[in-house]
Design a protein around this ligand. Structure first.
Ligand code: DMJ
Length: 511
């Protein structure tokens, strides 16, 4: 499956962002980054393809990011910066020559930093929640909207935390945390949040709370940020949200619907395909029975359609009109992977096989795999989003490759020697929301080198900014917490809908 999709992209679409699998050509979608290549490079590592990984590793170092083009801050972060960071961290395992200061330096890390610097101006808002778009040359466009979705504001900590911990520059982690915490501060008295927010005033402009579309990866990054950066307070926040979600969004039988964030009144009886990441999140926080209940409910949807519609009305028992598509999304398979990893329940393998078979028989074309326009008649669309290579296939593969290095849960490690001592890599990975794995050990490796370097030169307050000193102290504290937090959590997802489309679905738009 992977090579049919990937080779077709290379043959028909590269250097465009995406493949069109019906017309067998390519086009740019998210910023002319050759996006599918950047999104797919770590899937090559997952499959153990050293030669192709090395070829792509060299190729993407030349990505031109000095272009007068408007790009999505969210998508650039999760797909491009996430992909670059992951490839950077996997380079040594894939036998790409790295220098003595790797993983704290490297060409793809430099590129990720340069790209992050291009989107940093987006965070300069009254709330700290970023704008949705930047121009790679000019910064935030003058006419850029002040409205962003919750996920668009709160899905940066994995990538930006990684940048800070690898480079020693706290600015990235700081802005990402500020945005996350700013969203937290806007929760209602019943601990729910809205769907879209004004980033200058902090007022919610779409009042429906959901676990999925427009919100999903905000929740995901609280959990994964807590794990990756050892910040228990983020996990505490998610615990509060989980209770409120259970109370107000749950229908009591595994499904979650939309509810008004202030009163908790249920507003729309809709399932959205992005909801399907949630059993994975419940697995990560140790709620296995509840994860299973919801995942089984969602699998009935898969069995009904041989795919999942973008939106389904649980009362009418039908797809929402105009939202019947299946764009090859990964969320359901992602949750299956987490739950299987945690339980080894064979039933989940059969579910994964269902998904593989359906995609193989319904979505395969002579030049790739294509989205379904309508899950009811399996009419084909002409799009293979890059996340099919980055996520859907990776998670599917990982379910059936139980010995894969990415499954490491601390029982395996490789020792890495640096000028400040040795550290351990590949003990455990956290996936960003685009399924790009981040090696937790690499962050510790660079953080401790940075700390040793700074402390051995007897840093006085004058050589570091206050912010750097605070960050250093926090990092040292986190090092201590390192041993204390033993839970093995690990994954998961922002929707790729245009804002206008979202506005048309969510009932309550305030301006
Ligand atoms: C991906 O880009 C990411 O998983 C994101 O968080 C949600 N949308 C797609 C997959 O559905």
């Amino acid at each position: 499956m992977f090579y049919h999709a990937y080779d077709s992209y290379l043959k028909y679409a590269y250097p465009y962002d995406e493949l069109r699998p019906l017309t067998c050509d390519g086009y740019d979608t998210w910023g002319s980054y050759s996006l599918s290549l950047v999104d797919a490079i770590d899937t090559l590592a997952t499959l153990g393809n050293n030669t192709e990984f090395a070829r792509v590793y060299t190729l993407i170092q030349n990505l031109d990011i000095e272009r007068d083009i408007n790009v999505s801050v969210f998508e650039t972060n999760i797909r491009v910066i996430g992909g670059l960071l992951s490839a950077h961290l996997l380079a040594k395992r894939m036998n790409v020559p790295v220098n003595a200061t790797w993983p704290c330096t490297g060409p793809l890390l430099d590129l990720a930093v340069a790209l992050a610097n291009k989107i940093l101006p987006a965070f300069d808002t009254a709330t700290g929640i970023p704008y949705g778009t930047v121009n790679l040359v000019w910064g935030v466009p003058v006419d850029e909207t002040n409205i962003t979705c919750t996920a668009g504001g709160g899905t940066f900590l994995i990538e930006f935390g990684t940048l800070s911990r690898l480079t020693g520059d706290p600015v990235y982690e700081r802005v990402a945390l500020r945005a996350l915490k700013s969203l937290w501060s806007k929760r209602s008295a019943i601990n729910l949040i809205g769907n879209h927010i004004n980033i200058q005033t902090g007022a919610w402009t779409a009042n429906d709370c959901t676990i999925g579309s427009g919100v999903d990866s905000y929740f995901e990054y609280l959990v994964k940020g807590a794990i990756l950066l050892r910040q228990p307070d983020l996990m505490d926040m998610m615990s509060v949200y989980i209770k409120a979600i259970d109370k107000h969004l749950s229908d009591g039988s595994g499904w979650f619907v939309f509810a008004n964030y202030e009163q908790g009144r249920k507003t729309m009886p809709l399932f959205a395909s992005l909801d399907a990441f949630y059993p994975g999140l419940l697995t990560l926080v140790g709620e296995l029975d509840r994860a299973r209940e919801t995942l089984y409910a969602y699998h009935t949807m898969w069995r009904k359609f041989g795919s999942m519609p973008e939106f389904y009305n649980l009362v009418q028992q039908d797809c929402m009109q105009g939202r019947e598509a299946y764009p090859l999304r990964p969320e359901h398979i992602e949750s299956i992977m987490y739950l299987y990893k945690a339980t080894k329940d064979d039933t989940l393998l059969f579910m994964a096989a269902d998904i593989f078979d359906a995609i193989e028989s319904c979505c395969k074309t002579s030049c790739g795999y294509t989205s379904l326009k309508n899950v009811k008649d399996h009419q084909l669309d002409n799009r293979m989003e890059s996340f099919f290579l980055a996520e859907t296939i990776k998670y599917l593969y990982l379910i059936f490759d139980e010995e894969n290095f990415l499954h490491s849960n601390g029982e395996y490690a490789t020792e890495h020697y640096t000028s400040s001592g040795s550290c351990f890599l590949e003990t455990s990975f956290v996936y960003n929301t685009e399924a790009h794995p981040i090696d937790i050990g690499a962050l510790d490796c660079c953080t401790s080198s940075f700390i040793k370097e700074k402390t051995s030169t007897k840093v006085d307050e004058n050589t570091l900014t206050k912010e750097q000193m605070r960050w250093l102290r926090d990092s040292l504290l986190n090092e201590e917490l390192n041993g204390a937090i033993k839970k093995n959590f690990s994954t998961l997802t922002c929707s790729a809908l245009a804002y206008e489309q979202r506005f048309s679905i969510y009932g309550e738009i305030l301006t």
